[in-house]
Write a protein that binds this ligand. Structure first.
Ligand code: DX5
Ligand code: ZN
Length: 214
């Protein structure tokens, strides 16, 4: 089980320090929640901040694009240094083309699956991407409550992956803390995203270590 803290809940007056703290504590990568105020009401940061984060660390960066017209912007996030880019299928009119474009940009393509989004509609798409983010909160904010039943969706995605893409990496994103790690592992998740449980903690390094030990 790998942990990729979300910078959304980090202290942006000390971003480099926050990154070093979680990196030294053993984080396996950083999750960058890009929001544009259209696809979700919140607006966070763009390629410029991704490029700044890239300069701070060698950790793998996964950009979670919660933006409208995602296809037009994937190049900017790849150029900024994202190693992996996940798009929400609802924001992508031509999914096959966008996934191919991501591969041409030499970033790992991912799908971010919203709560209640019908998994059956994504069965084939799961075969075309490297990872799937099962959203366990509604996209748009950090610090929300975990949506009960999300681990069942992880289980269903794992089952679909066994048929269509056995090497699919499954990420759970939203409301995750140390108490959810075992259930996520049992459900077949490979990677956990945690924002407020890490950067909202009084000691983020200890929070990372606690989740890694769970
Ligand atoms: C929500 C984001 C999540 C969120 C995770 O739209 O995709 O990555 O920031 O933050 P917590 O762990 O606080 O729910
Ligand atoms: Zn996210």
């Amino acid at each position: 089980m790998r942990l990729t803290p979300s910078l959304l809940s980090a202290d942006f007056t000390r971003l480099a320090e926050e990154i070093r703290t979680v990196e030294d504590a053993g984080a396996h990568g950083l999750h960058l929640d890009v929001m544009d105020g259209h696809y979700v009401p919140n607006l966070t940061f763009g390629p410029m901040v991704v490029a700044a984060v890239r300069r701070c660390t060698d950790l793998p960066l996964d950009a979670h694009l919660m933006i409208g017209n995602a296809p037009e912007h994937i190049g900017a996030y790849a150029d900024a240094g994202a190693d992996a880019i996940a798009v929400h299928p609802e924001a992508v009119p031509h999914l096959h083309k966008t996934i191919s474009d991501l591969r041409s940009l030499e970033v790992r393509p991912g799908l971010a699956i919203n709560p209640l989004c019908p998994l059956a509609s994504l069965e084939e798409a799961l075969a075309a991407v490297d990872y799937a983010i099962v959203m366990s909160v509604n996209p748009g904010w950090g610090g929300q409550r975990f949506i009960e039943g999300s681990m069942d969706r992880v289980r269903q995605v794992r089952k679909l992956a066994e048929r269509h893409n056995p090497s699919l990496e499954i990420v759970v994103d939203g409301g995750i803390n140390a108490s959810r790690v075992a259930a996520a592992r049992d459900a077949g998740a490979d990677v956990l995203v945690a924002g407020s449980a890490v950067f909202g903690a009084s000691d983020p390094a200890a929070a990372v270590r606690e989740m890694l030990a769970a």
